[in-house]
Design a protein around this ligand. Structure first.
Ligand code: FE2
Length: 352
C-alpha cells in the first residue's frame, strides 16, 4: 500500500468513525475536525475551525462545573460536574455529557493535540436504567428469599428468627472481612434461608419441648440436604444452595452432611457456620438460657482453624469485643420458642 493510499484509508476511518475528532494547534485553537465532530457539535462544515477549544465545554448548564481538570499535561482544561462527568456544548446550545481524551502529537514539527470525544447521553441513560433495574431485582429477590425463609415460622418460630439473625451477623462479619458486594449479597441471602430444609422436618419434632433422641437428631440433621434441594431449584448467581448444604460442615471434616474439609467447604458457608454457632449459643433455648457471648466466643476461638475458618472467627470476635455488635432482630426469649433443636451449637454444649 502506498503512502497516499494509507493517507486515504486514514481519512476514511477518521470521517466514518462516530467519535468526534478535533485537531488543536499549540494555542488550543481548532485547526480541523472530522464530520462526526461537526455533527455532534451541531456545526456547519468548517464552522469549528479557528475556535478556541474551551468553547465546546458547557459552562452555563444547570450542572455548573465545580472543578476544572487537566485532561492532558499541556493541553486545554476540561470542565467536569460534581459526578465527574464532562459536559460539552453544541453550536445550538445543546449540552450533553461526553467522554473525552486528548492525544499529543507532532505535525510538521509542531506540537498539536488530537481530541477524541463521544456523546454518552444514551449510554448514561441506559446505565441508569440498568442500575435501577438491578437494584429493584435485588430488592424483589431479597424479599422473596426472606419470605421463603420465614415459611418455617409457623411450625418453628425459633428458626425463623435464627435465620434473620444469622444473616445479619454474617453480613457484619463479611463487611469486616472486606468481602465484595457480590459476596455480601450471597452471604445475606444464604443466612436468610440456610435452615429452610427444616420445613420438611415433622412439626411434632420441631415443636416438641425437650431434648432430641438420637434418631430425631439424625432426622433434623437432614435439613441441610433438604435445604440444598429446595434452594437449588432457584437459579441464583450466588452459592446460596451451598450455604444451606454446608453450614454444618467443619474444617477438620467432622461436620455434616458430607464431611467436607477445609477449602472444600464454600467460603461463604464457612462464614455462615461461624455466625450460625454464635447466634445459636447466645440465644435462649427452652431447656437452657443463652450461654452468653463470652462462652460462644470461647468456643469459636478454641476451635479456630480446626473446626472454624479463622478469618470469620477473628472478625466475629472483633465485632463483639471491640465493636459492640448487637442484633437488630431480637431473639425469641422466654417461653416463646417451643423447639429445642440446638443443632448448631457444638456437641459438648448440646446435650440432646
Ligand atoms: Fe442448620
Amino acid at each position: 500500500m502506498t503512502k497516499s493510499e494509507l493517507l486515504s484509508v486514514s481519512q476514511t476511518v477518521v470521517n466514518r468513525t462516530s467519535d468526534g475528532i478535533l485537531v488543536l494547534d499549540e494555542n488550543n485553537l481548532i485547526t480541523r475536525c472530522n464530520r462526526s465532530a461537526e455533527r455532534l457539535l451541531d456545526a456547519a462544515p468548517n464552522e469549528l475551525n479557528g475556535k478556541d477549544f474551551s468553547w465546546i465545554f458547557a459552562k452555563n448548564d444547570r450542572r455548573t462545573p465545580k472543578n476544572l481538570i487537566s485532561i492532558s499535561n499541556s493541553n486545554p482544561i476540561a470542565f467536569q460536574d460534581e459526578n465527574g462527568e464532562v459536559w460539552l456544548r453544541s453550536e445550538l446550545g445543546r449540552n450533553f455529557p461526553a467522554e473525552i481524551e486528548t492525544v499529543p502529537a507532532i505535525e510538521n514539527g509542531k506540537e498539536v493535540s488530537v481530541v477524541l470525544f463521544q456523546d454518552v447521553t444514551t449510554k448514561r441513560a441506559s446505565q441508569r436504567v440498568i442500575d435501577r433495574w438491578d437494584a429493584y431485582s435485588k430488592d424483589v429477590l431479597r424479599n422473596t428469599i426472606e419470605v421463603l425463609g420465614q415459611t418455617v415460622a409457623q411450625r418453628d418460630p425459633y428458626t425463623a428468627h435464627h435465620q434473620l439473625r444469622v444473616s445479619e451477623l454474617s453480613a457484619a462479619i463479611g463487611t469486616l472481612m472486606g468481602l465484595s458486594s457480590d459476596d455480601m449479597i450471597g452471604l445475606e441471602f444464604g443466612g436468610l434461608i440456610h435452615d429452610i430444609g427444616k420445613i420438611h422436618i415433622p412439626g411434632e419434632i420441631l415443636t416438641r419441648p425437650g431434648r432430641f433422641s438420637r434418631e430425631e437428631f439424625d432426622l433434623v440433621k437432614t435439613h441441610s440436604v433438604i435445604g440444598h434441594g429446595i434452594v437449588s431449584i432457584i437459579d441464583l448467581p450466588w452459592p446460596v444452595a451451598d450455604i444451606a448444604h454446608q453450614h454444618h460442615e467443619r474444617l477438620d471434616g467432622t461436620g455434616y452432611p458430607q464431611g467436607l474439609k477445609g477449602s472444600e467447604i464454600d467460603r461463604l458457608a464457612r462464614i455462615t457456620a461461624v455466625a450460625d454457632v454464635m447466634e445459636s449459643m447466645t440465644s435462649h433455648r427452652p431447656y437452657r438460657p443463652g450461654l452468653g457471648t463470652d462462652r460462644a466466643l470461647s468456643e469459636l476461638m478454641e476451635n479456630k482453624s480446626t473446626l472454624y475458618d479463622p478469618d470469620p472467627v477473628d472478625a466475629c470476635v472483633m465485632l463483639f469485643d471491640s465493636d459492640g455488635f448487637e442484633w437488630s432482630v431480637n431473639s425469641i426469649l422466654g417461653g416463646g420458642a417451643k423447639n429445642t433443636n440446638d443443632i448448631s451449637a457444638p456437641q459438648k454444649v448440646r446435650s440432646n
